[in-house]
Design a protein around this ligand. Structure first.
Ligand code: C2E
Ligand code: MG
Ligand code: MG
Ligand code: MG
Length: 291
């Protein structure tokens, strides 16, 4: 069965695992195996300043290099991992890996790590972050934790305590996929976010006339600025989208127009060549449009 049918429809698994619990157990086992066999990797996608074209940060994105099934995207296995205890282990691994990798980058460049609401609900999470920082030697201000609005579905007092503890460690907090969840303005008012990431569903189609997405991008950027938060436009693919989100004041751009996520080795070889900037690429017609 293809994905799309939602959870329990993991397309790399045979349909005889119809029983949801059995399927989860199998995937959990396979992921545990993947972790031990080093089949999990982090790839890094740049967040680029639209004016200087400098990479400000790279977001770590998990990849599962399965010996038989090839590359499996996190959109497929993270939601299932979140239903089992394995998310804690792969999440901790990712945090450690990302910090260790970022130590080898120029120290002007941050690393962003996605944190599941399940990890965020764990009281031990601040210690896990602290350990990753200490073991790697990464300056806390260079680590940015990306969380989604789903963390607010948990106990509000515990969530609040978690925010305080994390800020005390000196790490930065980003609200990922903003606009797709409940998007309560109270979250932005009360939680200590340093950055808001505008979900790619607003970027897609933002350049079409009569589309409301560009108005929403403008509004999110202005709200974030008023609250002293940085903004990132996610999923920027075309030159037209790049122009629009730049005009609307997005602080950074993340998207295929600049780069897809790449392995650490590629990041390091760019840096070794002194390449800290990214240039827009894409369909020739878009490039021609800009001239
Ligand atoms: P996300 O955190 O919102 O990450 C951005 C996603 O958008 C990535 O997908 C990235 O490859 C994709 N993307 C970036 N630019 C473009 C673009 O121009 N066009 C299009 N179409 N897509 C673009 P990816 O790597 O498949 O990750 C999907 C989601 O899986 C992530 O969404 C995040 O929620 C989750 N994820 C990835 N890595 C981790 C991880 O280490 N831990 C946890 N908990 N979740 C992760
Ligand atoms: Mg993210
Ligand atoms: Mg996102
Ligand atoms: Mg997402």
């Amino acid at each position: 069965a293809a994905k799309g049918g939602g959870r329990g429809q993991f397309r790399f698994y045979s349909s005889d695992l119809k029983d949801g619990a059995k399927l989860r157990k199998q995937i959990e086992e396979d992921l545990r195996d993947a972790l031990h066999k080093e089949q999990l990797e982090l790839h890094y996608q740049p967040l680029v300043c639209p004016h200087t074209r400098h990479a400000k940060a790279f977001e770590s994105l998990m990849r599962w290099n399965h010996p038989d099934r090839g590359w499996i995207s996190p959109g497929e296995f993270i939601p299932i991992a979140e239903e089992t205890s394995i998310i804690a282990d792969i999440g901790e691994w990712a945090l450690m890996r990302a910090c260790t990798d970022a130590v080898e980058w120029p120290d002007t460049i941050r690393v962003a790590v996605n944190v599941s609401a399940v990890q965020f609900a764990n009281d031990d999470f601040p210690q896990i972050v602290e350990r990753a920082l200490q073991n790697s030697g990464l300056t806390p201000g260079r680590l940015e934790l990306e969380i989604t609005e789903s963390v607010f579905m948990g106990d509000p007092h515990a969530t609040n305590r978690m925010f305080k503890k994390l800020k005390k460690l000196g790490v930065r907090l980003a609200l990922d996929d903003f606009g797709t969840g409940y998007s309560s303005l109270a979250y932005l008012r009360d939680a200590p976010f340093d950055k808001v990431k505008i979900d790619q569903s607003f970027v897609r189609g933002s350049t079409v006339k009569g589309n409301n997405n560009s108005a929403i991008i403008t509004a999110i950027v202005s709200l974030a600025k008023a609250l002293n938060m940085d903004t990132v436009a996610e999923g920027v693919e075309s030159a037209d989208e790049l122009q629009l989100v730049t005009e609307r004041g997005a602080g950074a751009i993340q998207g295929f127009i600049f780069s897809r996520a790449m392995p650490q080795a590629e990041v390091l070889s760019r840096f070794a060549e002194g390449l800290l900037t990214f240039n827009p690429s894409g369909p020739a017609k878009h490039r021609a449009d800009r001239k």
